[in-house]
Ligand binder design. Sequence first.
Ligand SMILES: *[C@@H]1O[C@H](CO)[C@@H](O)[C@H](O)[C@H]1NC(C)=O
Ligand SMILES: *[C@@H]1O[C@H](CO)[C@@H](O)[C@H](O)[C@H]1NC(C)=O
Ligand SMILES: *[C@@H]1O[C@H](CO)[C@@H](O)[C@H](O)[C@H]1NC(C)=O
Ligand SMILES: *[C@@H]1O[C@H](CO)[C@@H](O)[C@H](O)[C@H]1NC(C)=O
Ligand SMILES: *[C@@H]1O[C@H](CO)[C@@H](O)[C@H](O)[C@H]1NC(C)=O
Ligand SMILES: *[C@@H]1O[C@H](CO)[C@@H](O)[C@H](O)[C@H]1NC(C)=O
Length: 821
Amino acid sequence: MRRPTSCSSSLLFILVLLFLSESWGQRLNTDNKKPSCDHCNQQLFCNCSHNGFTSVPSVTGSALSLDLSFNKITAVTNDDLTGHTQLKVLDLHGNGLAEIHPSAFDSLWSLEQLDLSYNQLTMLNYKWFSKLEALQQLNLLNNPYSYLGSPPVFGALVRLRKLALGGPSLNELRRGDLSGVTQLEELTVHANNLTSYDAGTLAHIWPLGHVTLSLHGPFLTNVTLAGAMIDDVSYPETPIILKDIHLIGVQSVQPFSKAAKRRIRYLTLHNVSVSDEAIVDLLVVLDGVPLTKLTIEDVTLTGEGWWEKASKTDHKSIDEFHIRNVVILDVYKFTSLLQLGFLLEYPRRVSVINAKVFVMPCLTSHLLKNLQYLDLSDNLLTDLTLVETLCGTTQTLMDIRVLNFSGNALKSLSTVSRLVTKFSKLTHLDISRTGYSFMPSSCPWPSTLRFLNISGAKFTAITPCLPKTLEVLDLSNNNLKDFTLLLPVLRELYLSGNKFLRLPSGLSFPNLQTLTIQSNTLNMFGKTDLQSYQRLENLQAGQNKFVCSCDFVSFVQLELRGGGGIELTDGVDSYICDSPFYLQGQPVDQVRLSVVMCHQVLFVSVSCGLALFVAILLSVVLWRIHAFWYLKMIWAWLKTKRNSRQRQQRRDKADTEALISFDAFVSYSERDAGWVENFLVPELEEPSESSSGTRSASHQPLTLCLHKRDFLPGQWIVDNIMNAIERSRRTVFILSENFVQSDWCRYELDFSHFWLFEGHATGEAAILILLEPLSKDDVPKRFYKLRKLMSSTTYLEWPQEDEKREEFWRSLRNALRGNDN
Ligand SMILES: *[C@@H]1O[C@H](CO)[C@@H](O)[C@H](O)[C@H]1NC(C)=O
Ligand SMILES: *[C@@H]1O[C@H](CO)[C@@H](O)[C@H](O)[C@H]1NC(C)=O
Ligand SMILES: *[C@@H]1O[C@H](CO)[C@@H](O)[C@H](O)[C@H]1NC(C)=O
Ligand SMILES: *[C@@H]1O[C@H](CO)[C@@H](O)[C@H](O)[C@H]1NC(C)=O
Ligand SMILES: *[C@@H]1O[C@H](CO)[C@@H](O)[C@H](O)[C@H]1NC(C)=O
Ligand SMILES: *[C@@H]1O[C@H](CO)[C@@H](O)[C@H](O)[C@H]1NC(C)=O
């Protein structure tokens, strides 16, 4: 007994061992296995961003673009990216990446864009880039490397066009660090903590597109260094953006003198704080420089606007001032720039955006002699201060072409319309995001006005106030429900974010080419809606509550495929079904509707027609086979059967013979009543001596039951018949054409038949009398019982000749009495 047990237990042990080693192996495998990312779209763009990967996941080898940004990848190993020879874009932004194997990118021959910004790379290795000959864009911003290293990191990148480097840790740039970089469209250097710079490091890059330098530290601590850097990148055609700088102290604008000498034309200061002295110094430094555009964004003005010390400087060349996001520390002391005639006289374009401007005094406006473009959007202008800013009706700013008052607290459309009427060159007026809610019935406008933007106001209806000369009209984000106004030259109309239920009629816009009507309450639109537009090429109608009817779905699918004349330029994804419920959320493009749905009217009418046809056919058939009659019969039969059962019980108690009160029940048609009354009744009930000569037993009067005479009034006829038959010894059927036509005769026949075959009497209970020659075939088929009776029972024929009638009566009497003998 023990041996097999120990044997099987050792077998089990081995099995367990095997199983353990198996699962051990599997665990090793899963440990080795790379995570994978399959968020790739049809364009082979793989978005593996924000997925918590701790190492580079495996992705299809044919991927063209791989976004691994915002994961937790700390290292890229030798074989993480092998085989990705097609990859064009690799984004590793924001990963905490500290280590990259020297040949990690070796197989990325096609790579054009590489983003390694915001990681933890403390060193850069030229070997990473040595095979990336196709690379055009490289971003190395904000890694903790403090120098670029040698040999020159970018030496192999012959195609490089956009380069971003530096970060808070970068403190030195050596000559030769950027050797190999020849021409760039964009250069960005974050050098806020740079302490050491070899002059000429950036000088050999030419042509040079946009340059962005963050030079916080250098401007504060070593203006020589800042000047040297600016000097190296300053060319007349190169726009320069200087970021994160404080221009406060006396020497702070010194680095600009280098740029001034190199006659730069486009200067942008971004994220700066400036004192009055610095501005004066800057104006002095830039004296006579052919600067055409000065842009200042995110600026903090620490002064009070006392800049007139620079009034002797020459700034004739300045064409555009663009100032955005201004914080004026001491806004109440800030003067009105009145002393700036020397500055304001020349520019044609001035933008002061989001600068808490509540008024531009008329005197200042007066100084802007050449102004053609004025953008005062996102300020604090009101209707009242707008009158002051535009100097009422006096002839100021007469060259103006574009006015932008977007995002101001304006309320009266008639005021602005009245004010701008004098500008005989005005073509563009942007009064979007204002408080306008009422549109007067008519408004004056300059006849040159082509572009009007009143989006983001509160209009509920439009009126002929809108000028007929408009070519572009933006009324998005209002509360409009319809649009009926003839605008003969309008080319573009923007109506998104309103409450339109249907497309406006195209007859009002004979020249319209572009219509945008997204995010309204359109349920659908179709060919007929668009037919009224004669020139429409470009329609954006997505993000509406579409009812995905068949017409709409097929129309949109056709248009999206470019089958119609009009292009739906807002793309497939904007057209989503809202109803019917089972299609909610589905892109219209992917909806497949069944034939039943799509030809519903046809379907319903065909099926109704079919049902009607079948019903008619059925009724005809039923009528032809007399189904109704049969039904009636069955019902009557059932009812009778019940009644008869009750009578049976009654009869069982009494004697059968006692119940019989008639010799015969006569069943006849009403039309044969004449014969019955004139011949039958007299002959049988009151037999005369004369007719027979001798009075014999056979001439005893017989009692007949006639429905006319003996039926109980008020009782159901069938019951009456039933009763009569039961209480009669015989039933006499007077057969004629008339009989066959008459309905209740049929009942009688049936009940007598029923009676006969229920076994209450013999076949002789029924006697047939043919009043006229009637063959079995004359009787309709459904009276098959009558036909059966006619074939099984001998019948008496009523002779036409008088001589034969005696014989007939005798036979009848015999038949009526026959059984009793
Ligand atoms: C990629 O996916 C993330 C979330 O997984 C998303 O936030 C991001 O917008 C996507 N990027 C693109 C370009 O679709
Ligand atoms: C870089 O400069 C910032 C100020 O702009 C300073 O707070 C920071 O400590 C500096 N970082 C390094 C690494 O020197
Ligand atoms: C300023 O920078 C230049 C160039 O790197 C350097 O030669 C000079 O010593 C620096 N000056 C100071 C005061 O740090
Ligand atoms: C603006 O510059 C300051 C230094 O002057 C810097 O600390 C800050 O981060 C900068 N802001 C932005 C948005 O770059
Ligand atoms: C007016 O300013 C707003 C906001 O700055 C801008 O979106 C709009 O394009 C400008 N309009 C014109 C006509 O330049
Ligand atoms: C009208 O103004 C809004 C808000 O300033 C802006 O977004 C829109 O692009 C403008 N419309 C046109 C046609 O420029």
